[in-house]
Write a protein that binds this ligand. Sequence first.
Ligand code: AKB
Length: 317
Amino acid sequence: MSSKILIIGACGQIGTELTTKLRELHGVDNVIASDINTRKLELVNSGPFVILDAKNFNAIKDCCINHNIDTIYLMAALLSATGEKYPMEAWDLNMNSLFHVLNLAKSGQIKKVFWPSSIAVFGPTTPRENTPQHTICEPTTVYGITKQVGERWCQYYHDKYGVDVRSIRYPGIISHKAMPGGGTTDYAVEIYHEAIKEGKYESFLSEDTNLPMMFMDDAINATTQIMAAPAEDLTIRSSYNLSAISFTPEEIADSIKAEMPEFKMTYKPDFRQAIADSWPSSIDDSVARKDWNWSHDFDLKKMTSEMLTQLKKKYQS
Ligand code: AKB
């Protein structure tokens, strides 16, 4: 029998594509998409959709009962840049939504949980290169603090109550279907849109800021793979390091110039520079590769080619 899945935060950058993939895998009617509003009409009309506030425990519980949900993907969150503007809102949403879902799993209402963590759990005291799975985590952003604390709660609920919660530390995710909202790595998505629309882009990070990144297809594969892995293979119940590529704004600009020689890049770092400077530049994800056979497919060249092809279709059709 297929799982009955609820995606909370389905209209976001990752949620949008995760919904499509999970519907392919489990059947449209077995995947209930939900979000706080109906901002993405295409997604709302593509299958079962409910309006759901991730901070409302009773609403999530009722939805699970009404739709016989056994698995939740909790994708709603305020990201790093927005979290610095609205610290208490970030804490409230990111922590309470996680507790609601973990408590539903603890009570037996649902059987499995996916909750994304982030490279934001790391901070300036973390080794920057090839950051190990187990290392110093002293995040300096509210978002990073919520993810770090959330990881500890995931581990706790697994160890004390047997909750089957699975998590990965996403790097910056690059995609062409839905825009990211409020992250520090968002420049690496905006740049492709502006390249096609305007032929130029002003980066809010400096040219040599090297950050871990990943194309959306790889992120979605990682997410479905960890959820399909046998429970006994998973040695990490806080959150797995996950890695694909690292590049700087200058390197991504060069990869665009290789296809669009007239593309112009300028740099005007803002408050997000300090956030980026506190994060690693590359990640050691050998534990994920060993435990559940994770591997990535897209390098920078392949990703740039795919992004430009898809966005040309979008803007020039
Ligand atoms: C952000 O930039 O805040 C996110 C992340 C790395 O978790 N994309």
